[in-house]
Design a protein around this ligand. Structure first.
Ligand SMILES: Cc1cc2nc3c(=O)[nH]c(=O)nc-3n(C[C@H](O)[C@H](O)[C@H](O)COP(=O)(O)O)c2cc1C
Length: 344
């Protein structure tokens, strides 16, 4: 058995609220941290200024520790004709659904990754940083460690966990295939699709650093099961999506209440990275188009304005509905309520 997270981090319960970009609000982070868990604020892909505003808003709501979550992806270049074909398809598809995308020419591509955010995190005195989509570069690891920051990296197979461990990361977040949202996978080749229990056992056998279990954990029994297998703690996302503090639109919350695990699947349609969400028309039409889907973050930028317009109209058919395989069993409640129920 590895050490419990409560002995390793300044928290009362070994439960981390998963960072969920687009869903997590400062209020969600603060509610979980205030109850003795570790809230996580997602800032993946945001400009340092936008991220700092969210950090400051969270600090207004809690004096307890919280984690900040980064995207550690590299940015490749993509042939323009692949981008143009996808964009032309999206413009036409949007039109057929009553949405007007601004222009026939491509949107501006402006990307941020963790390298743009690390100095701001140090200025804001953040002490816990989690990340996904890759590993931090050595310089960032050194800077953050020198400031006493604990680092938690996401792995979806043993090889990724070993890469994180050998570069000095402090905790591994083992993300099983059940998990909602983006896969943290970062190695070339076939996407690892390993269920949480097998993944946990693989990693616990070979790695020495503490492991946090993520994917499909939604009640006290599943928390205990993961910890019984040797996890030091758990990271939980989907059960918080239909909370009062969530930024999810009402029709997304409703779909979560109606759906079951078989209504979710992995797709690249929204962002160009594999992610699990509830099946909807946008996902199906982009996949059926037969077009090459540009990799993250390009596809994410191409689909951003349409998703934003759909959200403004509470249209669940045209935006991403990230969800894990263990869907919420209850109606909308406060994060405090959801967190307290996880304990018993
Ligand atoms: C809506 C949503 C958004 C997510 N966004 C992020 C993110 O920004 N950063 C991250 O590290 N993980 C993200 N994840 C993945 C979670 O960290 C975690 O792996 C997952 O929620 C665990 O599975 P569960 O949803 O079944 O609890 C997201 C998950 C969901 C459901």
């Amino acid at each position: 058995m590895k050490q419990d997270l409560t002995k390793l981090l300044p928290i009362q319960f070994p439960i981390i609220q998963a960072p969920m970009l687009g869903v997590t609000s400062p209020g969600m982070v603060a509610a979980v941290s205030n109850e003795g868990g570790l809230g996580s604020l997602p800032i993946g892909g945001l400009s340092p200024d936008a991220a700092r505003t969210l950090i400051k808003a969270t600090k207004q709501l809690t004096r307890k520790p919280f984690a900040v979550n980064l995207f550690a992806h590299e940015i490749s270049s993509v042939p323009r004709d692949i981008l143009q074909k996808m964009w032309s398809f999206l413009v036409e598809f949007a039109k057929s659904k009553g949405y007007q995308l601004d222009s026939p020419s491509l949107p501006e591509f402006k990307f941020y990754n963790h390298r743009h955010q690390v100095d701001m995190l140090l200025e804001e005195d953040i002490k816990h940083v989690s990340f996904t989509f890759g590993n931090l570069d050595n310089e960032s690891i050194k800077k953050l460690h020198a400031a006493g920051v604990s680092l938690m990296g996401t792995a979806t197979c043993l090889q990724e966990a070993q890469i994180l461990e050998s570069s000095g990361i402090d905790f591994i977040i083992a993300q099983g295939i059940e998990a909602g949202g983006h896969r943290g996978s970062f190695l070339d080749g076939e996407l690892p699709r390993i269920g949480l229990f097998s993944l946990l056992s693989n990693i616990l056998q070979k790695c020495k650093i503490p492991v946090i279990a993520a994917g499909g954990i939604h009640h006290s029994q599943s928390i205990r099961a993961a910890m019984e297998l040797g996890a030091s703690g758990v990271q939980i996302g989907t059960p918080f999506i239909n909370s009062v503090e969530s930024q999810a639109i009402p029709s997304y919350k409703k779909r979560l209440e109606e759906a079951t695990g078989t209504d979710t699947k992995l797709t690249c349609a929204f962002s160009g990275r594999w992610a699990r969400g509830i099946i909807n028309e946008f996902m199906q039409e982009v996949e059926l188009s037969g077009l090459d889907i540009p990799p993250y973050p390009y596809q994410n930028t191409l689909t951003a304005s349409l998703r934003k317009m759909a959200q403004a109209k509470d249209d669940h058919t045209m935006t991403n509905l990230w969800s894990g395989q263990s869907l919420p069993l209850q109606e909308t409640r406060s994060c405090k309520d959801i967190f307290l129920r996880l304990l018993y």
